[in-house]
Write a protein that binds this ligand. Structure first.
Ligand SMILES: [Zn+2]
Length: 93
């Protein structure tokens, strides 16, 4: 990774912080337990994948944004395929 990409990412993250805070204050629905992102993409994987990645024996484990879930899966060498994930846009009930 070049220093330029790092600088761009860091700058964008800092620039986005006020919007993140606003979203945290107004969004009453899905929230990632890892990064705190308030997300509008509900997603599903089958129980077997969920349980392996979240290290649970049922559908517990909380709520996680897809990006954090993919990274968590990578850490235990589970590489997801497009077909493993079903997505659904969500704007609140
Ligand atoms: Zn997240």
């Amino acid at each position: 990774m070049t220093g330029l990409i790092f600088t761009k990412r860091l700058f964008k993250r800092i620039k986005y912080l006020p919007l993140f805070i606003h979203e945290a204050a107004i969004w009453q629905y899905e929230t990632c337990q890892k990064c705190g992102n308030a997300f509008r993409i509900r997603w599903h994987v089958n129980d077997e994948i969920w349980q392996k990645v979240m290290n649970v024996k049922d559908d517990s484990g909380g709520s996680m944004c897809l990006d954090c879930f993919v990274k968590k899966a990578e850490k235990i060498s589970i590489i997801l395929k497009d077909t493993d994930i079903r997505m659904e846009l969500f704007y609140g009930d």
